[in-house]
Design a protein around this ligand. Sequence first.
Ligand code: PMP
Ligand code: GLN
Length: 387
Amino acid sequence: LNHQLTQLPTTIFTVMSALASEHGAINLGQGFPDTEGPAHLTEVAAQALQDGRNQYAPLTGLPELREAVARSNARFYGLQIDPAREVIVTSGATEGLASSLAALLNPGDEVVVIEPAYDTYLPMIRLLGAVPKLVRLTPPEWSLPRDELAAAFGPKTKAIILNSPMNPVGKVFSEDELQFIAGLVAQHDAYALCDEVYEHLTFGARHVPLMTLPGMRERCVRIGSAGKSFSMTGWKVGYITAPAALAAVIAKAHQNLAFSTAPNLQRAVAVGLDQDTAYFETLASDMQLRRDILASGLREMGFSVLPCDGTYFLTANIRGVGELMTGAETDLEWSRRMTVEAGVTVIPVSAFYDGALPGAPSHLVRFAFCKKPIILEQALTRLRDRI
Ligand code: PMP
Ligand code: GLN
């Protein structure tokens, strides 16, 4: 059996969701909305099944979806994308990431990864025999240590993974930071794998794809997810935008990992991407409202809440809140205990760090706020009653 996979723990999202349901806890752990996405999209998907869209879709995706992805790139970012050669539909952003990494990496290549990192990056890089070079953001501002980032690049660097807006910390990288990263990518003749699944979930801050910066068009792979943009996380439809030469290789990986993605869902996602801009603005403003409810409730209880400009998530410091939260308890212990004792589930931020290395923060937890306001209020009441 594969040594890396036998050693790999089950993902924290599955572990904490199971614990939440075992204890009847409100699940602010795994990031999925408790409100369905637009009903007209589920109708399109259901109708497509009735219409007989039940056989294999084309390898790189339905033309109508690839065209919608290209239009969306033009509308939001001014990117001119060839839908026939520069877009690939994948089975979720997760498969898009795996296919892109497989296309980019040879054994021994190095990949710069910014921690805290979404939990599939490191195992996928290592499965491919490549080597992650880790750079940690500095809490509480989640600032980017530029010297350390520059030092992580070297002659073996093949790529950087850039997740902006960033899970779990809600950071939206500034244009200045993006320019710095673009400079390093160009200087080292590398690529950037841009995980932009939360592209439409920003709260005031502007999301700028690295791909739009000078010199970056040919070096970036941009990944989006219908799960996040249409609040249908179970659909697992992702879309990649990449320069044609690179997309051709990513398609080779995709043909072996998934080959294609459910055609009825692709049709619905195409309709979703073409919705008017007001849809995307409301998606973000609704989510911002939820962030504000959660953040102010947590602050009133004494948590210090770290800045959050996007995503479904915010992070908070558990130290010094309530008498029971002593300095000794780790974020994982606290998250488990709150599930059992308060009936509220969160995710320990240490799960987003390489477990083998010392020094990861153990005083921060991630709350998902993609839930109905009433549920967030209930979770706050439960926490308040416990602490
Ligand atoms: N990247 C990030 C940063 C995520 O938070 C997620 C989780 N939704 C994914 C990728 C995976 O997206 P999908 O569900 O489309 O595979
Ligand atoms: N992206 C989701 C999160 O960060 C989880 C996705 C999953 O469970 N695989 O909560």
